[in-house]
Design a protein around this ligand. Structure first.
Ligand code: I3P
Length: 126
């Protein structure tokens, strides 16, 4: 039924490719490992896929990302001293997982920064 479908679909706000590395897990520092990742921003989540499989406006919740983070209560800022790369976004979840996201294209990084920040702010107000 349509209502069943509604539960299985999340509206995609943004998707695209960025360089990504996780730098902390539960507050514990990790060794950087930069890799290209396909990001999907949908609902309360930022999902990471290996390949750009999910390109449509809607993604089924059954399409399992490699990993996914809950943006509720997350913090985002421009990384200053955390990388030698440029246009680096730093964000941290409430559980103390930290990621760096980067593109050599400044506009691409800016767009992602604004989109993720927008979702975090919306969730803050709920
Ligand atoms: C890291 C790798 C990263 C680099 C990081 C290095 O070395 O070169 O790209 O981060 O710098 O430690 P390895 O491959 O041996 O793990 P940036 O590219 O973000 O600068 P860091 O240790 O100064 O963070």
């Amino acid at each position: 039924s349509p209502s069943d479908n509604a539960e299985l679909l999340h509206m995609v706000e943004k998707s695209g490719q960025l360089n990504k590395t996780k730098i902390a897990e539960g507050g514990r520092k990790l060794r950087k490992c930069w890799a290209s990742s396909w990001l999907v921003l949908a609902g309360n989540s930022l999902m990471f896929y290996k390949d750009p499989k999910v390109t449509a406006a809607w993604t089924p919740s059954g399409s399992r990302p490699e990993s996914s983070v809950d943006l509720r209560g997350a913090r985002i800022e421009w990384a200053r001293d955390l990388s030698s790369k440029r246009n680096v976004i730093h964000f941290r979840t409430v559980t103390g997982n930290e990621y760096l996201l980067q593109s050599d294209n400044e506009a691409v990084s800016q767009d992602w920064y604004q989109a993720i920040k927008g979702v975090i702010h919306r969730l803050d107000q709920e």
